[in-house]
Design a protein around this ligand. Structure first.
Ligand code: NAI
Length: 485
């Protein structure tokens, strides 16, 4: 029986391995992590991450050919294929701080593989890493190994949180990069491609050289984020001219060369990947002496920051230029629907902006716990990737935070006595709320600022709300307010 061990039981390692175990009952799959609470979660009825369909897949395989363990050394030691799916955040200090990928976890995983191996291995890069990481890993393994042979493959993951199981069961493509110019490299590529071929059609399995695979992941995320920043840039122009972003995006997306997906205007993208991977790409371009290419991609992040601060400014300027002491309901804190993940969520920056203007914020999200909200809002932001006005909370004490932030049990509680509602995540339940009931319990004039374009603007205006919806024609109230900087 082939044994697969995955280092890192996170948003990628957990679901990916669960689906491999589901589709390959003859392969033993063990997911290991240094975090014992995380492993305990995977072994319980309450999985550590929320992902539609995940519970069911885990239930089918756990105890059969899927297990979760903290015994990292033992399982890595005798596995045939080791996936490395550890976190690769942006460096926060030293060379490349604020841009380069922090490969500390990666390097320590590679050194550990070398230390504990008792057999030859295929080592698979599942984490998103800078181009040429495989070369560094090869060197670490060659210089520290104990005579075993290692083949390094790049198999970046393209799943999106919220649709991870669907994406894994039916991926657009699976990418396997390796040293196909050598017999051993080629055999390793075929072996891994063969695992996916159990359920993925052959024409969706792409094999490439190592560097193409590594770079394709960074490039794919940069292109996706660029689409969001492009439509968000146009949304600002829509508001200024009276055009409607929904109509513009629909017309643009009908062009088969452009396509309709990923063209929804919003308060901005978030998640653990887009910003970090673009920054990483920017840094790589700079290192290779390509400053123009670096600044091209950096602009995608700038527009994203602009979109968040533009939203905050719109809220404040619409409400007579101050939100001090006013209750503002925030609906949605996760970076998108169907996940409880709040890493880099635009809600953090928007809340910080509102709190900086002394608003009292009441937050409701169906999947984000109050402690997570508190942790996120207390966290410091890097100076280099956020405009200064998005960081006022750093000056707030814990007591201020406690006074100004509350977490509500539902949308109605959040909106009770509020002056405004801000929708920051596109959860389906926000489309079907009883906005009339909400309106009745709010201060007047009652505002809705829809950062995800989920509400029916005309209906809400009929109820009596002043409504702002990104990229949509402004109502008279908002038109009369001073221009948004
Ligand atoms: P995560 O932070 O949820 O999980 C990483 C896990 O690795 C953590 O549980 C951590 O305790 C563990 N870990 C770190 N060092 C370890 C070590 N030496 N031994 C054992 N365990 C160790 O991260 P996530 O979101 O799963 O991302 C992993 C990688 O996949 C990143 O490179 C990310 O860029 C990439 N990726 C993430 C996607 C996403 O949607 N989250 C999608 C595609 C790729």
């Amino acid at each position: 029986m082939v044994k697969i061990c995955c280092i890192g039981a996170g948003y990628v390692g957990g679901p990916t391995m669960a689906v491999i175990a589901l589709k390959c009952p003859d392969i033993e799959v063990v997911v290991v992590d240094i975090s014992s609470p995380r492993i305990a979660g995977w072994n319980s009825d309450r999985l550590p991450i929320y992902e539609p369909g995940l519970d069911d897949v885990v239930k089918q395989c756990r105890g059969r050919n899927l297990s979760f363990s903290t015994e990292v050394h033992r399982h890595v030691g005798d596995a045939d294929i080791v996936f490395v799916s550890v976190n690769t955040p942006t460096k926060t200090c030293g060379l490349g701080a604020g841009k380069a990928a922090d490969l500390t976890y990666w390097e320590s995983a590679a050194r550990m593989i070398a230390d504990v191996s008792v057999s030859d291995k295929i080592v698979v890069e599942k984490s998103t890493v800078p181009v040429k990481t495989a070369e560094a890993i090869e060197k670490i393994l060659a210089h520290n190994g104990r005579g075993f042979s290692y083949q390094i493959l790049s198999n970046p993951e393209f799943l999106a949180e919220g649709t991870a199981i669907r994406d894994l069961l039916s991926p657009d493509r699976v990418l396997v990069g390796g040293r196909r110019d050598t017999a051993a490299g080629s055999a390793a590529v075929d072996l891994l491609a063969g695992v996916y071929a159990r359920w993925v059609p052959q024409d969706r399995i792409i094999t490439t050289n190592l560097w193409s695979a590594e770079l394709s992941k960074l490039a794919a995320n940069a292109f996706l984020a660029q689409r969001i920043s492009s439509v968000n840039a146009v949304s600002a122009l829509c508001e200024a001219t009276g055009a409607d972003i929904a109509e513009v995006a629909h017309s643009v997306g009908k062009d088969a060369r452009i396509g309709s997906r990923f063209l929804s205007a919003s308060v901005g993208f978030g998640g653990s990947c887009f910003q970090k991977d673009i920054l990483n790409l920017v840094y790589i371009c700079e290192c290779y002496g390509l400053p123009e290419v670096a600044s091209y991609w950096r602009e995608v992040i700038r527009i994203n920051d602009y979109q968040k601060s533009r939203f905050v400014n719109r809220v404040v300027s619409s409400m007579f230029n101050t939100v001090a002491g006013k209750k503002v309901a925030v609906l949605g804190f996760a970076f998108k629907k169907d996940t409880g993940d709040t890493r880099e969520t635009p809600a953090i920056d928007v809340c910080k902006g509102l709190l900086g203007d002394k608003a009292v914020v009441s937050i409701y999200d169906p999947q984000v716990a109050g402690e997570q909200v508190a942790r996120d809002l207390a966290m410091n932001k890097f100076d280099w990737d956020h405009p200064r006005h998005l960081q006022p909370l750093e000056q707030l004490s814990a007591t201020d935070l406690e006074k100004q932030v509350a977490v509500a049990a539902d949308a109605y509680e959040a909106a009770k006595d509020a002056h405004a509602v801000c929708i920051l995540t596109e959860w389906d339940e926000f489309r079907g709320l009883d906005y009339r009931r909400m309106f009745q319990g709010m201060q007047k004039p009652a505002f809705v600022f829809d950062g995800r374009n989920v509400v029916e603007v005309a209906k809400l205006r009929e109820i009596g709300f002043v409504v702002y919806s990104i990229g949509k024609p402004l109502d008279d109230w908002l038109k009369d307010m001073p221009a948004v900087a």
